[in-house]
Design a protein around this ligand. Structure first.
Ligand code: S5P
Length: 267
């Protein structure tokens, strides 16, 4: 698969989307293909985790609708930390409605996601209108969109033809807006276009949780499956210990993910 054998920096030069370009460049600079998922419900707890892991990450992923004490000061501080520590913000909103509705959900409401989130994602389920609707808001801001082509949870329906049509939807929209996928592997391998593949369900220890989550190691994800970014939540912020322990755990994932990337370049 061509993208998997090319360095992130080389892929950055050829990418038509400014956010994807920035991501690939900073991955190369920070030697990190690690995205930490911050799934806690208090703003100060979330910011504390971000401050701890910031040196090790290329991206921080949020679920803004789980915050109990959300104010715009939270996303302002997140944006400040992103600039200070050189990472991108990915709001994992998983939009799934008609184009007109998702455009409103993306731009408006309490959270105003498009104002602070560099990257967001959508289910292809409603058809290409969802991509166009989000694009009306995100394209003028140079944002980037991912489509969920596959999922990590047991029994999910994003398989086979659904996955293939998700990839086709991204190709039809163009890489200047749809920069890649949430997927478990190289779903774009039947073409020579260079999409980003971001992969959740990554853990070094746990094999899953009680609600269907399934974990693979950074090496399985990056080396065996050719994915570009590993997304890790509880495996990092959920460990016991102080600030140094959380950073050390993030650093462990960063190092494993980076080694797997370097190894696949020279296969
Ligand atoms: O298929 C998916 C897609 C996503 S974006 N499976 C997932 O687990 N995710 C997200 O990744 C999920 O919403 C959560 O925020 C994160 C995984 O968290 P963890 O604690 O299981 O690592």
């Amino acid at each position: 698969h061509p993208p998997t054998t090319k360095p992130y920096a080389v892929r950055a030069d050829a990418h038509p989307n400014p956010t994807a370009k920035r991501l690939l460049k900073l991955m190369d600079r920070k030697k990190s293909n690690l995205c930490v998922s911050i799934d806690v419900t208090k703003c100060e707890d979330a910011l504390e985790i971000v401050r701890r892991v910031a040196p090790a990450v290329c991206m921080v992923k949020t679920h803004i609708d789980i915050m109990e004490d959300f104010t715009p000061a939270f996303t302002a501080e997140l944006a400040r930390l992103a600039d200070e520590h050189d990472f991108l913000i990915f709001e994992d909103r998983k939009f799934a409605d008609i184009g007109n509705t998702v455009a409103l959900q993306y731009s408006s409401g309490v959270h105003r996601i498009a104002e602070w989130s560099h990257i967001t994602n959508a289910h292809p389920l409603p058809g290409p209108g969802i991509v166009t609707g989000l694009g009306k808001v995100g394209k003028p801001l140079d944002r980037a969109l991912l489509l969920l082509a596959e999922m990590s949870s047991a029994g999910n329906l994003a398989v086979g033809d659904y996955t293939r049509q998700a990839v086709q939807m991204a190709r039809d929209a163009g890489r200047d807006w749809v920069v890649g996928f949430i997927a478990m592997g190289r779903v774009d391998s039947d073409g020579d276009d260079d999409f980003l593949v971001l992969t959740p369900g990554v853990g070094l220890v746990a094999k899953g949780d009680a609600l269907g989550q399934q974990y693979r190691t950074p090496r399985q994800v990056v080396y065996d499956s050719g994915c570009d970014v590993i997304i890790v939540g509880r495996g990092i912020y959920g460990i016991e210990g102080d600030a140094a322990a959380v950073l050390a755990e993030a650093e462990k994932y960063r190092a494993e993910g980076w080694k797997a990337y370097e190894d696949r370049l020279i296969q």
